[in-house]
Design a protein around this ligand. Structure first.
Ligand SMILES: [Zn+2]
Length: 172
């Protein structure tokens, strides 16, 4: 996730069909762009992104959505494609379990609330593109037609390649 500059990653994105994701809580809302070269190491990224929490979130239940916020979103499942103005709720209440099975309840707002909504959507098979208005989605598709076609070619090649490696299962 850090390697590809992601701030969240959900189980289904890496072949884990469980209601689990990891999410960074950052002070990005207050962060300002600067002229330094992009951070390289995980430590540099933590510092630059203002990471204040690295959460493992299991079985999330979201409620009490409030407000509207618009910000840029991308997704590690469709690398390097972004949309500038994705609408999300500004704040929400989340109930979840951590990796130790302990239950937590808290309010999340701003960027962290956005990450939680994006990752929870992955657990329900929803991509941020599905959250765009029809007009915005058309714009996104037009702007990224070539990159999307390339991804489709790669996905097909991957499936074809893996097909050749699939072995029959011997049953005793
Ligand atoms: Zn994503």
């Amino acid at each position: 996730m850090y390697e590809h500059n992601g701030v969240g990653l959900a189980g289904p994105q890496v072949g884990v069909a469980k209601r689990i994701f990891v999410a960074l809580e950052t002070r990005k809302d207050e962060a300002k762009d600067d002229d330094r070269p992009p951070p390289q190491t995980i430590e540099e990224k933590r510092e630059r992104w203002g990471v204040v929490g690295e959460h493992v979130i299991i079985n999330p239940i979201l409620s009490s959505f409030e407000g509207q916020a618009y910000d840029v979103e991308g997704c590690l499942s469709i690398p390097a494609l972004y949309f500038e103005e994705v609408e999300r709720s500004y704040s929400l209440h989340i109930r979840y379990q951590d990796a130790n099975g302990e239950t937590h309840e808290r309010l999340a707002k701003g960027h962290f609330a956005r990450v939680i909504q994006h990752e929870t959507d992955h657990l329900d098979g929803i991509l941020f593109l599905d959250r765009l208005t029809a007009e915005d989605k058309r714009q996104f598709m037009n702007e990224n037609r070539q990159a999307l076609a390339e991804m489709q070619r790669e996905a097909k090649a991957f499936l074809k390649n893996i097909k050749e490696q699939i072995q029959p299962v011997k049953v005793a």
